[in-house]
Design a protein around this ligand. Structure first.
Ligand code: ADP
Ligand code: MG
Length: 341
């Protein structure tokens, strides 16, 4: 065959293979966009495990009418403009790939209103065709509706699991994102039944209560608060008491600058800190938030962005394990929290 340039719609569908693995990836991308848009409240409605409908409504900044088509085109983003921006990126998104990818493998409707617009506007994407914007009714913010995921890519639709399994994946991601941003209210319904309702937390007490709703009250009632800062790295959050240990590493949440992260350096640092207080084969539980200079991490390591690369992993490891150890020392019977070195 001769070499040919692929048509745009097919390029988007190929990219969707990476970005849109299953309904949960759609939920994650849409909610991240809402968070990047400064939403204070996010409402997520799901039908049939997300394969029939995934709708995310927010009260964020909205998208101006003349940018609606751009929002759905490839490599178009409002979040970075240069390599310098990329190196210190603070938003959850920046690739400009999610919406065009989703729009190429589902029926997508985008309705949005900005603060200075007289009305909302709506566009839809179906099999690579974008409709003209139409006026619509919507308060300030954005609603994105994704219907019939993979309807036009039957090979991928076949890989969808049961409604229950797909919903469980969505639920896991939403809980992670809700943990990441305790200041944002989340409401989730599945098949018209409310399954999660989290008001925004305005105090440490609210926050712990909300964490209890997300990961379980037994963690919340057996966790100690931690807040430390060393060498430009701030760590705060809750450490499960050694008595609250798990047979699996399934309640270990890390967030860096508001982004949920799975990272070996961090989980090793925590294991190290708990080494003398947990039996072999048991795992600690924690919900921990790190803040550091965005330039000291590389968030561009992987398209799903669940991984980061630290510019100086050893330093991060040292600070994290020491901070945790000091707090854990204070929880031992007769123990005293060591003062920061
Ligand atoms: P990225 O998030 O990487 O920029 P997306 O394809 O997810 O790429 O979104 C494209 C653009 O559409 C974003 O840069 C943003 O300007 C706009 N956008 C998407 N979702 C929302 C939303 N919920 N509220 C406001 N703007 C949005
Ligand atoms: Mg995005």
């Amino acid at each position: 065959m001769p070499i040919r340039q692929l048509p745009g719609h097919l390029i988007n569908q190929i990219a969707a293979g990476e970005v849109v693995e299953r309904p949960a990836s759609v939920a994650k991308e849409l909610v991240e966009n809402s968070l990047d848009a400064g939403a204070q409240s996010i409402v997520i409605d799901i039908m049939a495990g997300g394969s029939k409908l995934l709708r995310v409504r927010d009260d964020g900044c909205g998208i101006p009418q003349d940018e609606l088509a751009l929002a759905l085109s490839r490599h178009a983003t409002s979040k970075i403009t240069s390599l310098e921006d990329l190196e210190a990126v603070a938003s959850l998104g920046f690739r400009g790939e999610a919406l065009p990818s989703i729009g190429s493998v589902a029926r997508l409707t985008l309705t949005s209103r900005t603060a200075d617009a007289e009305t909302a506007w709506s566009v839809s994407a179906d099999n690579g065709r974008l409709s003209e914007p139409k006026p619509a009714a919507h308060p300030l913010g954005t609603t994105i509706e994704v219907e019939d995921l993979f309807y036009n890519t039957p090979a991928r639709r076949k890989f969808l699991r049961t409604e229950r399994t797909e919903f469980a994946h969505i639920d896991k991601w939403i809980r992670r994102l809700a943990l990441a941003r305790p200041d944002v209210a989340f409401t989730v319904s599945h098949n018209r039944r409310t399954v999660l309702s989290l008001p925004a937390a305005h105090s440490e007490e609210d926050e712990l209560q909300r964490i209890g709703k997300i990961v379980g009250d037994s963690f919340a009632s057996q966790a100690v608060f931690l807040s430390r800062e060393a060498d430009g790295i701030a760590i705060r959050g809750w450490l499960g008491l050694p008595t609250f240990n798990r047979s699996q590493p399934d309640l270990q949440h890390w967030f860096i600058n508001g982004r949920s992260i799975g990272d070996k350096t961090l989980s090793h640092a925590a294991r190290h800190a708990y080494r003398d207080v947990l039996f072999h084969g048991r795992y600690p539980a924690y919900v921990l938030y790190l803040s550091m200079d965005p330039a000291s991490i590389d968030a561009n390591a992987h398209p799903a962005k669940h991984e980061v690369r630290f510019r100086d992993g050893r330093r991060v490891h040292g600070i994290v394990s020491q901070s945790l150890e000091q707090v854990l020392a204070g929880t031992r019977p007769g123990g005293h929290e060591q003062s920061p070195a």
